[in-house]
Ligand binder design. Structure first.
Ligand SMILES: [Zn+2]
Length: 212
């Protein structure tokens, strides 16, 4: 594989960020194969983040951290019942980018949403100088989640990625791990063993690309 502009040694710092906070942000109820369940992006992607941090530590990236200490909303006076999304003081994307200062690699994690309930592909956002990593990670997500759609890659600007790079973290990415609006994909993401598999797939791609 072509050499990278940057490399990340086991002693450098990795920052992982679950894209949304709270108990039930982007929650959606589905029935899949007779199982009714409610998927919450903030909950399941937080869980993916935790598996990924552990998987990275397990392969030697000991300086791997989470961007937010807890999955609670950040408010001035604490969560108040009955508030809507617009009332919350979530950590802004610009601030998240700034928190990547001092890190060598930053990844923000999501599941996606679409009007088309059949949409079922990965999306990885990264800069053009990291296109081989972006492609490999999208392919790994596709293979692990058995996605039916082609991986959809973006290598242009995206707010949190741009802000993290501006803050001095040269390798910054955002991933959409298929769609929570797709019942199959949401059901897949509800299974802890699947999140563990996905986390290990991420860790393997990171290791393969960034360890010289
Ligand atoms: Zn999201």
């Amino acid at each position: 594989m072509p050499p990278f502009f940057y490399s990340v040694s086991h002693f450098q710092k990795i920052l992982i960020d679950a894209g949304h906070a709270g108990e039930d942000y982007n929650s959606i109820t589905h029935t899949y194969n007779g199982n009714q369940f409610t998927y919450s992006e903030s909950q399941r992607i937080w869980a993916l983040q935790e598996y990924l941090i552990q998987a990275l530590k397990n392969i030697g990236f000991i300086n791997t951290e989470r961007l937010r200490a807890t999955n609670n909303f950040v408010t001035t006076d604490g969560p108040v019942s009955g508030q809507t999304w617009g009332d919350w003081n979530e950590v802004e994307e610009t601030e998240r980018g700034k928190r990547a200062t001092g890190f060598d690699l930053f990844i923000q994690l999501h599941s996606n949403a679409a009007d088309n309930a059949n949409a079922d592909h990965a999306l990885v956002v990264g800069r053009p100088n990291t296109v081989t990593f972006v492609n490999s990670l999208a392919e790994a997500i596709k293979n692990t989640m058995k996605l039916v759609g082609n991986s959809n890659i973006i290598t242009t600007d995206y707010l949190v990625v741009t802000e993290a790079i501006k803050a001095g973290c040269p390798l910054s990415f955002l991933t959409e791990n298929s769609f929570h609006t797709n019942a199959r994909a949401a059901y897949w993401l509800m299974q802890d063993e699947n999140l563990l598999k996905l986390a290990k797939a991420y860790a393997k791609v990171i290791k393969n690309h960034f360890i010289p």
